[in-house]
Design a protein around this ligand. Structure first.
Ligand SMILES: Nc1ncnc2c1ncn2[C@@H]1O[C@H](COP(=O)(O)OP(=O)(O)OP(=O)(O)O)[C@@H](O)[C@H]1O
Length: 257
């Protein structure tokens, strides 16, 4: 690796400094995030973990620019983000290829180039023969692959993923972990990934950031250094997941008192 590349890898692409988010005002005010500070570097895979309602989705929507922060600073340096959710939310009247082409159509990419790129992305997610199908003809796992291809079609600098595999069975999820890890490496993506699932976070992340119960604050930032590709059922992943789960349980119990 050249020095330039090494420096590039250290570039911070997302920086949150004491970011707070309050919904509503007065008696209806709800503090969802409280002075959250975190950075994500180029090429990093960062998982966000926390109890239900701690503000994980709020944090992603702030980074995506879908909502405004109430305090602190948030800087993504004008980079482009794409957001992927638990439900694929594909357009049922468009073919699979049409769904993948859509972000390019909106950007004004010409038809031939769009078709070429959509086919390339369908190959990346291993759906090259399914471009002509309609979303309802696919399984849940296949639909999430299409959603991933559509996210990649946005040519974003940062991929924001909100429990993208939460609705899938364990086996399908396992396969998609492998696929996402491969694509992340090949395409040198930067990923901010929200999950409830501690093992999933350790399986995928370079770091696992634990948020407190509402209002969300960063309570711990766990580096994950096990060799890749990892297996979700490996002793290393299970061991670190148990450690993080204990920390999460302690936090949930603290909040319950
Ligand atoms: N648009 C909104 N208006 C008002 N309150 C909101 C809004 N969006 C989220 N909230 C509240 O903010 C808090 C954080 O919600 P958020 O969805 O970010 O949590 P989460 O950690 O993603 O939850 P889960 O893990 O259950 O998906 C919750 O109490 C939620 O009710």
């Amino acid at each position: 690796m050249s020095i330039a590349e090494a420096t590039d890898l250290k570039t911070e692409v997302v920086r949150l400094d004491h970011v707070s988010k309050q919904y509503g005002s007065g008696a209806n005010a709800l503090l969802a995030l409280d002075k959250v500070s975190l950075t994500v570097r180029k090429g990093e895979f960062v998982c966000l973990l926390g109890a239900s309602g701690c503000g994980k989705s709020t944090l992603l929507s702030l980074v995506a620019g879908l909502d405004r922060i109430s305090g602190g600073t948030l800087d993504i340096g004008g980079r482009h983000v794409s957001l992927m959710f638990q439900e694929a939310a594909l357009f049922p009247w468009l073919s699979v290829a049409g769904n993948v082409e859509l972000p390019m159509r909106l950007r004004g990419v010409g038809k031939a180039e769009r078709k070429r790129r959509a086919q390339e992305l369908l190959e990346v997610v291993r759906l090259k023969d399914f471009g002509h199908k309609r979303p309802h003809e696919l399984s849940g796992g296949m639909r999430q692959r299409v959603a991933l291809a559509r996210s990649l079609a946005q040519d974003a600098d940062i991929l924001l993923m909100d429990e993208p595999f939460g609705a899938l069975d364990a086996m399908t999820r396992d396969i998609l972990h492998d696929e996402l890890e491969r694509i992340w490496r090949e395409q040198q993506l930067t990923v901010l990934f929200v999950t409830h699932n501690v093992r999933e976070a350790v399986r995928l992340g370079d770091r696992v950031i634990l948020l407190s119960s509402r209002p969300g604050r960063v309570i711990e930032d766990f580096p994950v250094t096990h060799d890749r590709p990892r297996r979700i059922d490996s002793p290393e992943v299970a061991g670190q997941a148990a450690e993080i789960t204990d920390r999460l349980r302690a936090e949930v119990a603290r909040h319950a008192h």
